[in-house]
Ligand binder design. Structure first.
Ligand SMILES: *[C@@H]1O[C@H](CO)[C@@H](O)[C@H](O)[C@H]1NC(C)=O
Ligand SMILES: *[C@@H]1O[C@H](CO)[C@@H](O)[C@H](O)[C@H]1NC(C)=O
Length: 422
């Protein structure tokens, strides 16, 4: 305790409290052990003399109800001190959203979540006194999966469990805790093509991807023939049809990249592509010296690995997550049907406000072939966009016939310019 009293500032108080807490927990543990032992002592060494002290009953041997009353009292006492103990452990670890005092929690998870006091007390620049591990609060709803995820050999190879990790993310457990294991190896040196050749290399060795477990396809050949989503129809076939996107128009909803770039005042240098498939938008932009970050998860395909093998920047993040960028940083945000985040209007609103936040004034929001399932969806989106006061540089509502169903579908494409707000 000597060194503790030398500390000054906020850190001291916290440290002392932590020390006090530890002593209290120790005391409780001792108490709990004591009660348990006393109970055992009482149960096995129980004699008439003992009982005589407690009850003024002349026929103690026969009074079972008195004994069971005592026993239940003791059990209640043990139970409540165990609860107190768990509560104190929780407080000590400083984590209130995830109950790590419950059984079957991986010890790595406890360790990761532990708060760490800054060694020199309060940091004068940031005002923080402790380091807190970053983990999504929704992880609490999936603690079993989370514990499974945190069950691994420290300093060994991580289990082949990318799909477990993604499952957690899709359940809102984002960010995931860090782990102390080595991720499965991806690309071997020499397999990657140099930039800009890498942008359109259709043959990417399967070794670029660490694990194909959990995917329907086990290679890129198979993937290049697949329709994985509205945005990704054969989108891994970068030597084929995918090569035409943004440079050849298939209809009035398809704007050409150079036309859109011509609309950007003050130049388009950096951009963000939401739900960007295999990264073709970023590839075309890279050829024009525009750096684009492609937001993607690995749903049904190793999008992240593929995008990075093209020499582009994949951002592995769900759309429920606040974009990890500061305000007004992008010259351009590109999105298509991936923007459709469900039926709740508010959910779309939160997303739109976040897009608006990261886009600089004068920057462009390119809504590219947004699928309007019905008139209501179109109305909701239109009204929402109008509330933001963007200038409509392009606005096209068009119909396309879906090849599979033969039905006519409505799409909205627009290029909108963010206004300067006072
Ligand atoms: C046993 O103890 C209880 C509680 O003290 C008392 O109410 C009851 O009369 C006693 N029974 C006998 C058989 O002595
Ligand atoms: C991109 O940048 C390089 C190097 O500065 C330059 O040589 C090239 O002309 C640029 N390309 C375009 C399309 O602006």
């Amino acid at each position: 305790m000597g060194s503790v009293s030398l500390k000054i500032g906020d850190g001291t108080a916290r440290f002392k409290r932590a020390t006090l807490c530890t002593s209290a927990v120790n005391l409780l543990m001792i108490l709990s052990v004591l009660t348990t032992n006393l109970f055992a002592l009482y149960a096995f060494n129980y004699s008439p003399i003992h009982l005589h002290l407690h009850a003024h009953n002349l026929n103690p041997h026969k009074n079972i109800s008195l004994i069971s009353e005592h026993v239940s009292l003791i059990l209640r006492e043990i139970g409540s001190s165990q609860k107190k103990l768990a509560k104190m452990e929780k407080e000590l670890l400083g984590y209130d959203t995830i109950d790590i005092s419950r059984p079957n929690i991986a010890s790595e998870l406890k360790l990761f979540l532990q708060h760490h006091q800054l060694p020199l007390g309060k940091d004068s620049r940031t005002g923080i006194t402790e380091m807190v591990a970053s983990v999504g609060h929704s992880c609490e709803r999936s603690t079993d999966l989370l514990s499974q995820y945190m069950n691994y050999k420290v300093s060994g190879s991580c289990p082949d469990d990318w799909s477990l990790a993604q499952k957690l993310i899709l359940r809102g457990c984002e960010p995931l805790p860090r782990r102390r294991c080595f991720a499965k190896g991806g690309s071997k040196l020499g397999l990657l093509k140099p930039f800009p050749l890498s942008l359109w290399s259709s043959v990417v060795d399967n070794k670029v991807v660490g694990s194909w477990s959990g995917y329907g396809c086990k290679g890129f050949d198979c993937l290049s023939k697949k329709k994985l989503s509205r945005e990704c129809v054969n989108c891994f076939d970068v030597g084929g049809a995918e090569n035409q996107r943004y440079v050849k128009s298939k209809g009035k909803n398809d704007f050409l990249l150079d036309d859109v770039l011509g609309l950007g005042s003050g130049g388009i240098r950096i951009g963000f592509d939401i739900g960007g498939g295999s990264g073709t938008f970023a590839a075309r932009m890279a050829e024009r010296n525009v750096t684009v970050i492609t937001n993607t998860l690995n749903v049904d395909a190793p999008f992240s690995e593929f995008i990075s093998s093209r020499g582009l920047f994949p951002l592995y993040l769900s759309l429920d997550h606040r974009f990890p960028f500061y305000d007004n940083v992008f010259d351009l945000v590109h999105a298509s049907s991936g923007l459709d985040v469900g039926s709740k209007v508010e959910k779309l609103e939160f997303l739109m406000f976040d897009i608006d936040r990261v886009l600089r004034p004068g920057g462009l929001f390119w809504l590219d072939n947004f699928y309007c399932a019905n008139d209501e969806k179109k109305g909701v989106l239109t009204r929402l966009i109008e509330r933001f006061g963007y200038k409509k540089l392009k606005w096209v509502v068009g119909e396309k016939v879906d090849a599979a169903s033969g039905r006519s579908e409505v799409y909205l494409s627009a290029v909108l310019q963010k206004p300067a707000r006072g």
